[in-house]
Design a protein around this ligand. Structure first.
Ligand SMILES: Cc1cc2nc3c(=O)[nH]c(=O)nc-3n(C[C@H](O)[C@H](O)[C@H](O)COP(=O)(O)O)c2cc1C
Length: 302
């Protein structure tokens, strides 16, 4: 048996496979399928200061090699998460990464402070792919300076590990990642969705009520892998790879490129057991080669 544990900064994960935010509910929904505590961790649906209903339907549609979503960040809000979801997750021993988003630095801090009062949160993941209303609606994640400001403010508000989720739409992702590292991030997650569009030619209108949506799934994978590869050469904090991971081989590619762990998103919609199967497959890959999961990290790099 080779070890599947990986270290993301100060946090040790049982294995390198987690589920991605927005693609696994709050974890408990998957209870009937398998023991979610066997995963490396789960990332909660993005949590805001107050509950949100999100966008009207249609909110998702299938595309050639993935899907588009414009859910509009529907969620129960941080308070209901802490009182209604977290206690059960904690009891079951699930490693919980709380994904959070806000449209101001102050709200990011308030959410982080609320989570900081709870036991059972292993790390906070900042979804910075949302507009900063105080600065003309530019996405935090597109600007190194704004991303550093939100990371630094959350850093001062909590001792919990902070992962910052990179937007692939930033002009210079490495500059954003470096700014987050300098501001005290413990890891970066790469990547979030890329905006896309699909039109229904019978109805002659966009398939999604929001018109555009975030593209996820296999179409994203080579782009995400390239970004992980490039970031691994430019930052020294761990990288969590994400984008179109559907098989154990896909996950291994990300680890070999330099990711310390991976997240599985869209694959959960076609197979609710995808993340568990991927974690089992990574273990088999390691055991057949006498390597630990940590041994794989960056092994394909020159
Ligand atoms: C339906 C849906 C909802 C999502 N919601 C969130 C969210 O709330 N917060 C976040 O940071 N990312 C969210 N994402 C992005 C995913 O976590 C992930 O970064 C992206 O889908 C790429 O990974 P994948 O190809 O494995 O799905 C969402 C993605 C999908 C498909």
């Amino acid at each position: 048996m080779t070890s599947q544990a990986v270290k993301v900064g100060t946090l040790t994960l049982r294995n390198p496979v987690l589920t991605a935010s927005g693609c696994f509910g709050y974890g408990l929904e998957y209870d009937d399928f398998y023991d979610v505590a066997t995963l490396g961790g789960i990332c909660s649906k993005g949590l805001s200061l107050h509950p949100r209903l999100g966008n009207p339907p249609e909110r998702i549609c299938e595309t050639a090699a993935g899907m588009l979503n414009a859910i509009g960040l529907a969620n129960v809000g941080v308070e209901a998460f802490c009182t209604e979801k977290l206690p059960t997750l904690r009891r079951r021993g699930v490693t919980v990464i709380a994904n959070i988003f806000a449209s101001s630095v102050e709200d990011f801090v308030t959410i982080a402070e609320r989570l900081n009062r709870e036991a059972g949160v292993a790390a906070i993941e900042l979804n910075v792919s949302c507009p900063n209303v105080q600065e003309g609606g530019i996405e935090f994640g597109k600007d190194p300076r704004m991303c550093a400001r939100v990371t630094g403010a959350v850093r001062r508000a909590t001792a919990l590990p902070i992962w910052v989720k990179m937007s692939p739409e930033a002009g210079d992702i490495a500059a954003v990642a470096r700014a987050c590292e300098e501001a005290g991030a413990d890891a970066v997650t790469a990547i979030n969705t890329i905006r896309g569009l699909s039109i229904d030619t019978d109805r002659m209108r966009a398939r999604l009520a929001n018109c555009t949506g975030g593209l996820s799934g296999p179409a994203l994978r080579p782009i995400a892998l390239r970004i992980v590869w490039e970031l691994a050469g430019k930052i020294s904090i761990p990288i969590i790879g994400i984008g179109g991971i559907f098989t154990a081989k896909d996950a291994v590619e990300f680890l070999l490129a330099g990711a310390t762990a991976v997240q599985v998103g869209t694959a959960n919609f076609s197979d609710p057991c995808a993340a568990k199967k991927i974690a089992d497959g990574v273990r088999v890959y390691c055991e057949s080669r006498g390597l630990s999961a940590q041994d794989l990290v960056g092994r394909a790099r020159p």
